[in-house]
Ligand binder design. Structure first.
Ligand code: PLP
Length: 442
């Protein structure tokens, strides 16, 4: 029965006995038991409430248990839980229409997947078949998913263990002024040099071998490096010059996170393919997908697309997407995210940086912010090594948790990525906790 199944102590015991966790040394973890969640908060086994400043893995964009999404899933479940991908179905069709209505340009066709990694796998497959070329260029400091090709495309250390270099993936440096690979000192210089570098990588790899350049429109887990003005337009131009497909991975940055429906809007460009997941339905039921331009669609108009998934366009996931997107439209959630960044998170985090020497840089937009923590502001020595952790970083995270806030931490960074529906008061409360946690661990 439910009471027994959801007993917190038993949930923990059964987890440790039987659940094998992502990206973890299994015997060394002590997962928090979450018993309930609502809006911007979750509760643990002791009924302690925490402000969720990481939106779990940056996916609960409308917060927990949003009544419209819950109702849509319940109604869809009562009506039709599931149906094969080959048929047409109301929830699926309407989700595709709504997504297409918000993607830029003519990206009006949607292939649904179960999440972000498989969206990237399929986007690359489409690009390869469309161009007849094989190579895929991606940036260092990126994350594209945990499946074979997606993890090889990934530029962060999660690639290392599975990197067999067998899939034609080539990495290059994206712009990141704070730790510039190009010895740049201004955003304009960083932009120009990063584009010259990419131009050279394309030339030396052989433009006629490159199927796609895949970019996170704003790199997420790798550090929320908002690209300098002109960078995305420059990449678009390089792709156009060589007939390379531009794939924007908007799995984390899309659906309002960056204060726009899609983060590419900040750069004023239209990619050929956009991959999405997470925020499309606030992660309530697994869903991802690829938004496809007319031109790439036409490649598969009279030629079979060689790919598919049993659960492509699952009705429960699509019903959740319909409710999520309609709510976002009705309540101007994207505008709210932009204002949360401009009015509260940006100024609040910059104020923290004035006060705490360990904050080397604050960067972000919308509800998508990173604090780069350093042990020395002058040398920019990170508070934890690239790909690793440190007692100092662990202490900051613990101090936040002890004060009732769950941050998203990655190596030497704390990401402030709350639900887009977070109120200004909740955001200020989270910032005050961060302030106190930095004080307590100084
Ligand atoms: N792409 C980006 C930018 C991501 O942030 C993620 C997940 O964090 C993925 C792809 C992979 O998505 P999934 O875990 O749903 O496969």
């Amino acid at each position: 029965d439910l009471a027994t199944t959801y007993d917190a102590a038993r949930a923990y015991e059964l987890d440790r006995a039987h659940v094998f966790h992502s990206w973890s040394a299994q015997a060394e973890i002590t997962p928090m038991v979450v018993t309930r969640a609502e809006g911007s908060h979750v509760w643990d086994a002791n009924d302690t409430r925490y402000l969720d400043f990481g939106s779990q893995l940056v996916f609960t964009n409308l917060g927990h248990q949003h009544p419209r999404i819950v109702a849509a899933i319940q109604e869809q479940a009562a009506h039709l839980c599931t149906i094969a991908p080959a048929v047409a179905n109301g929830a699926r069709s309407e989700a595709a229409r709504l997504i297409a209505s918000h993607t830029p340009g003519d990206l009006d066709h949607v292939f649904f997947t179960n999440g972000g990694a498989d969206a990237n796998e399929h986007a690359v497959r489409m690009a390869r078949l469309h161009t007849g070329r094989h190579k895929v260029l991606t940036t260092y400091r990126s994350y594209h998913g945990g499946t074979h090709l997606a993890v090889n495309m990934t530029g962060d250390p999660r690639r290392w263990a599975s990197d067999h270099g067998s899939t034609g993936t080539v990495h290059f440096f994206g712009p990141f002024l704070y730790r510039s690979a190009f010895h740049a000192t201004t955003e304009a210089e960083e932009c120009q040099r990063a584009l010259e570098h990419l131009d050279q990588v394309v030339a030396l790899e052989g433009p006629a071998t490159v199927a796609a350049i895949v970019l996170e429109a704003i790199p997420g887990t790798a550090g929320i490096m908002v690209p300098p003005p002109g960078y995305l337009a420059g990449v678009r131009e390089i792709c156009d010059r060589h007939g390379i497909v531009l794939i924007a991975d908007e799995v984390m940055s899309g659906f309002g996170r960056a204060g726009r429906w899609f983060a590419v809007e900040h750069g004023g460009i239209t990619p050929d393919l956009i991959t999405f997941a997470k925020g499309v339905n606030s992660g309530y039921v697994p869903l991802g997908g690829v938004a496809i331009s007319d031109e790439i669609y036409s490649t598969f108009a009279h030629r079979t697309y060689p790919g598919g998934l049993t659960y492509s366009g699952h009705p429960l996931a699509c019903a959740a997407a319909v409710a999520t997107i309609r709510t976002m439209e009705d309540e101007d959630v994207v505008g709210r995210a932009a204002r949360l960044g401009e009015d509260v998170l940006g100024p609040g985090l910059r104020a923290l940086a004035e006060k705490h020497d360990r904050i080397g840089e604050v960067r972000g937009t919308g509800a998508f912010w990173a604090l780069e923590l350093v042990s020395d502001r002058a040398t920019r020595e990170p508070l934890a090594p690239y790909g690793g952790s440190s007692p100092a970083m662990a202490a900051v995270v613990k101090a936040c948790q002890e004060r009732g806030m769950l941050p998203f931490a990655n190596y030497n960074r704390i990401h402030v990525v709350p639900p887009l529906t977070t109120t200004e008061d909740e955001a200020r409360e989270g910032l005050a906790i961060l302030d106190a946690a930095l004080d307590a661990t100084a």
